[in-house]
Write a protein that binds this ligand. Structure first.
Ligand code: CA
Length: 517
């Protein structure tokens, strides 16, 4: 090929142009790669869990009796799930299966054989030694701290001592166990938040960018509710109680308060119903309102401690890349339906508060969710791009967090089998909820059917009693009762009974009720 003078000259000019174009391309590629590196930065997780907290103690769930500005702010800047549940328990210590479900993604019955022993008091934590002892055959290999450790996270836990999955506790990089239910900062909620603040300070000193999973468990508002004196005063409560007269500054009675549960719910001599400090077997107005005041005093203290942790997190510059979860291990009655404990399947005890704030979460949004605590592990994995262990019961609800969906389940189950067997079971679908009791060796066999849209507080005929109305100030509507024996709901009851049985079979519930085949 013969080149003309012009084309050779043009070629000489093109070569440097190509080189500079190539340099520009390289530069763009560099920027692109660094952006991608930025994008794959793992998010931090701050998982806050309280002990025995009814969702209704928080403003976002419709009750403003308690001052919780920091939790309220999480809700206004994030997502609140209005239909989150813990699923239940086969033992009186409801905390234990609840926290096992959370750490493993298993359902309630699948947590039965996990190691829930307390660590000896002289135990010295050496995570690497503990981790070296496990293999993929161990359930703890797929527990939350193990999965996050393998993904490069630093895992940190502070919580009450015991009532949890020790197999998982052994595998946190750092762990602190102490049940703090006192009235002073050093033996109440501040003890736990100080541990987290100390860790966040160390991260600054070490200028580490290793992502973290912090599990911050408070020991309150679980009884005995020894609130700080100044907060007890604020909520009109005395410790330990009970008082002899009603303090008008104490929180009002809940609308579903009853002086006694209408029938034996199946667990005679249960500590939580008979021996709570300051309450014992009393259910009168002064006692219940005092106990609620004590409860709210401890919750406000938790809120203050959460505020301190979030302030520190902001100071570290890591707040923006952190998913913050606020939940409880289960709810609690504290006077609702004449009950004091959590060993029942009414909404106040089965439902949990669930708030999430974090990267790309729309602010001030509510979604049903229809989730269990078992769904937390796969969801955290999903958010951190960790492979979800195969064949676990829990499902990721990342699609709810991102706003793509409102719910991940159609049906919600409840189990209480910690007293006389088979115990209590519930099933919820849409607005309908069925609760069945087969307890006290066949002496109590009851069925309750509620439409939660019409009767969200699961009011019973006993709530229509004029003496109860005089106390609560709440006059129930005619349809706010147990509908199980109303002829017009025969078909609905039949449908829910069939659904309950099929769910019990699916969950491999080892028991059947008196009228189940
Ligand atoms: Ca608990």
């Amino acid at each position: 090929m013969k080149y003309t003078r012009t084309s050779v000259q043009a070629g000489k000019e093109i070569i440097p142009a190509i080189i500079s174009l190539f340099s520009i391309l390289l530069m763009f590629l560099g920027i692109l790669l660094s952006c991608q590196k930025e994008e794959v930065k793992k998010p931090n997780i701050l998982f806050i869990i309280t002990d025995d907290q009814d969702a209704k103690t928080l403003g976002v769930y419709g009750d403003n009796d308690c001052d919780t500005p920091n939790i309220d702010k999480l809700a206004s800047e994030g997502l609140t799930l209005t239909s989150a549940y813990h699923m239940g328990s086969f033992r009186a210590a409801v905390c234990t299966p609840s926290r096992c479900m959370l750490m493993t993604g298993r359902n309630v019955w699948e947590t039965q054989n996990l190691n829930v022993n307390y660590p000896p008091l002289n135990y010295i934590h050496k995570m690497e030694e503990n981790y070296a002892k496990i293999s993929p055959k161990d359930p703890s290999y797929y527990s939350l701290p193990a999965l996050f450790k393998r993904a490069g996270y630093y895992t940190f836990r502070t919580c009450k001592r015991g009532n949890s999955y020790e197999g998982a506790n052994l595998l946190f990089d750092e762990r602190y166990d102490k049940t703090n239910r006192g009235s002073e900062d050093e033996n109440a909620s501040q003890w736990h938040s100080d541990k987290v603040i100390d860790y966040l300070d160390r991260r600054i000193d070490q200028s580490t960018d290793q992502p973290f999973l912090i599990y911050l468990g408070f020991s309150h508002p679980h009884d005995p509710r020894r609130g700080k004196p100044v907060l007890l005063e604020k909520y009109g409560a005395i410790y330990p109680g009970p008082p002899t007269t009603v303090n008008p500054r104490s929180p009002k009675l809940p609308v579903n308060y009853l002086p006694a549960h209408p029938f034996e719910e199946g667990h005679p001599d249960l500590r939580d119903e008979n021996s709570v400090e300051g309450v014992m077997k009393k259910r009168d107005e002064a006692t219940v309102r005092n106990e609620r005041g004590k409860e709210l005093a401890t919750i406000e203290d938790i809120d203050t401690q959460i505020g301190r942790v979030l302030k520190k997190l902001e100071a570290t510059g890591e707040l923006e890349n952190t998913y913050i979860f606020f939940v409880s291990d289960h709810g609690i009655a504290v006077g609702r339906h004449g009950l004091m404990g959590k060993q029942n399947l009414y909404e106040h005890s089965l439902k949990i508060p669930f708030i999430i704030k974090g990267p790309n979460i729309e602010s001030n949004r509510k979604a049903k969710g229809n989730i269990y605590l078992s769904d937390v592990l796969p969801t955290l994995c999903d958010l951190a791009s960790i492979d979800i262990p195969e064949s676990i019961y829990g499902k990721s609800f990342k699609s709810v967090i991102s706003g793509k969906t409102d719910t991940i389940r159609d049906v919600i189950n409840g189990v209480y089998s910690g007293g006389t067997k088979p115990g209590i079971r519930s099933v919820k679908k849409g607005d309908w909820k069925l609760i069945k009791y087969d307890v006290m060796n066949g002496k109590v066999q009851k069925t309750q059917l509620f439409n939660l849209k019409d009767n969200p507080n699961e009011l019973l005929i006993e709530h229509h009693d004029s003496k109860v109305i005089a106390l609560t100030g709440n006059r129930p509507k005619n349809n706010q009762v147990n509908l199980a024996d109303f002829p017009e709901y025969t078909e609905k009851r039949k449908e829910m009974e069939a659904l309950l049985l099929s769910e019990m079979k699916a969950l491999k519930d080892p028991f059947r009720f008196w009228d189940q085949k």
